[in-house]
Design a protein around this ligand. Structure first.
Ligand code: NI
Length: 172
């Protein structure tokens, strides 16, 4: 087990296009995934992309807590390798996001509500499923990391960006 250092906004590894994985079942990728799982659990976080641990490869992991799913389904730890996202319709919804690469901060981002995800898992098996709501948001947020995009770059109103501790203050 290894807890990896998380890159924060501004580090060049977060700004580039990550490389596709050639062999999802290689020992190198297995070790990376195990270390990402440990790192995400320690943080704690609900999603993590390989560039956030300084590895420019197209690997993300996520685990949506049951209380935050709108479809009432349980989403266990999911590994996506070389993921592709297709937006299924024009519906967009706003929601608050945070990121382990911007610790302590949060912002409101509008994202498509329904997506299709195609990827390989850690066994090299094909995944193909639809996601909606918060689940879809998490996947889009994590996959954005593979293309050098951090959530503030998706925001239309930076007035809705700030430190979590400050934004919960009540104005006197
Ligand atoms: Ni993030």
């Amino acid at each position: 087990m290894a807890i990896l250092k998380i890159a924060r906004m501004g580090h060049p590894v977060l700004m580039g296009i990550a490389e596709p994985v050639g062999d999802p079942t290689s020992p190198e990728i297995a070790r990376l995934i195990n270390d990402m799982v440990d790192t995400m659990a320690d943080a704690p976080g609900i999603g993590l992309a390989a560039p956030q641990v300084h590895v420019a490869k197209r690997v993300v992991i996520y685990m949506v807590p049951e209380e935050r799913t709108s479809d009432g389904e349980d989403h266990p730890l999911t590994v996506l390798i070389n993921p592709e996202i297709t937006i299924l319709d024009d519906t967009v919804e706003e929601g608050g996001e945070g990121c382990l690469s911007l610790p302590g901060m949060t912002g409101v981002v509008a994202r498509p509500t329904r997506i299709r995800v195609q990827a390989l898992d850690h066994l090299g098996q094909e995944l193909d499923y639809e996601a909606e709501g918060f689940h879809a948001r998490v996947i889009q947020h994590e996959c954005d990391h593979l293309d050098g995009i951090l959530y503030p770059m998706r925001m239309s109103d930076l007035g809705q960006f700030g430190y979590v501790e400050e934004m919960t203050q009540v104005q006197e």
